[in-house]
Design a protein around this ligand. Sequence first.
Ligand code: ADP
Ligand code: GLC
Length: 474
Amino acid sequence: MGRVLSVASECVPLLKTGGLADVVGALPQALAGQGWEMRVLMPAYRSVLPQAKGWPVVWSDPDLFGGPARVLAGMVAGISMLLLDAPHLYDREGGPYSGPRGDWPDNDIRFAALSWAGAAIARDGLADGWRPDLLHAHDWQAGLAPAYLAYSGAAVPSIMTIHNVAFQGFAPVSQLAALRLPSDQYYPDALEYFGGLSSLKAGMITASKITTVSPSYAGELRRAEFGMGLQGVIMSRATDVSGILNGVDTDVWSPENGPHPYSARAPKGKTLARAALCAELGLDVPGPLGIIVSRLTDQKGIDLIPQIAANFIAAGGGLAVLGSGDAALESQMRALEARFPGRVAVRIGYDEDLSQRLFAGGDAVLVPSRFEPCGLTQMYGLRYGTLPVVAAVGGLADTVITANPAALAAGVATGITFHPTDAPAFDLALQNLIRLHGDSKTWAQMVKNAMRHPVGWEESAARYAQLYAGLTAA
Ligand code: ADP
Ligand code: GLC
């Protein structure tokens, strides 16, 4: 059995701001099935530390970037966790990345510390004798871990997984020494990044392999539009880059779990779930009910919703939105609800239970992202027979079979994709949705196809396992 140290800034169920946490929390169990033992290293933020009561100390450092630090080991929800307790960095009121006055100004140092601990553990092992064969770093917060490993000459292989290239961990060059990076590596083909530093780039140039969370996003990252400055780095490592789709936890995300259970074979409960949801939200929608569960940000194309709403609603559609994020988008959503009472319901906030009721009761899930490395909600939609209407980018393009004439003739369509991500294309996709919804035979077939589409971890876990095996055998 091989051993992997996974390093990340968030992990379900301890802390989640997005899909990263879901994936980091799912990988240990998925990989265990492939014969890999994974431990997850993440910061013991103030809200997380109480979980580690009584856990043994397995690593310590009297001066981890300005203060003492220790790693506590224990189990949470079946996941073997390593929590990095460094009060000077993580014992703060607020979120993992920001406080009341915006991003923590020392985020570069806070996550350099996480990466440093990860590299040290990968190199020297833990006090309990555990020593990984491989380090798996997620996103920029762990990006310096492969770099510290490489620059210390350690032979431990590493993987850098990009969940979202939009977040790059930029720091000014004046931080080079403070981040404990070697000044002789500061040149364009190495650490230099637009006159400064990027933790993500550092990880990408030093890791043994790079992965991202869908095959399409791996291709998109080669282009300036999606690579966001790192396209050249991706190209320079093209033979080491692969895209491995995320999965979802099909036990948690299952239409058989809710108060109105249903399945592909016995779909009746979905009608009850829809009625209950509409009653809960005060909706009365004759046509398809489109749901949105999302961070409300530019990436997610939320600003397009007000532009398509009038046509969609005039044709019989309705919208149920659950999300939080940019203040301007939140108020746009509230305004929409006020404008279309009974047809649009908006809940600002984070609510996992409500999100499950939305997936169970909705007819379609709308994901008009400008870019989407993988995306999880379209997969929840498939699982619940809540047909995805998605922009044809990244993992959205890789998981949805659009209802074009060929796919309909073959009886394999699972949703609708549109391109480009703009209001005219989105509007057209929704008109198609209305049409398909009115054709009950085709609709029922699509719902069945969607619910049968595999969205679990099996295949992707096997691909990670293959990658791990290749690196550790070498
Ligand atoms: P991203 O990580 O870019 O936000 P993903 O689709 O990968 O996008 O993951 C988002 C995750 O967060 C999904 O599990 C989704 O259901 C969840 N989520 C987003 N917003 C909310 C919300 N307001 N309430 C409940 N869950 C949410
Ligand atoms: C990022 C991406 C999202 C992906 C998630 C998990 O948050 O925005 O597309 O699903 O990471 O990999």
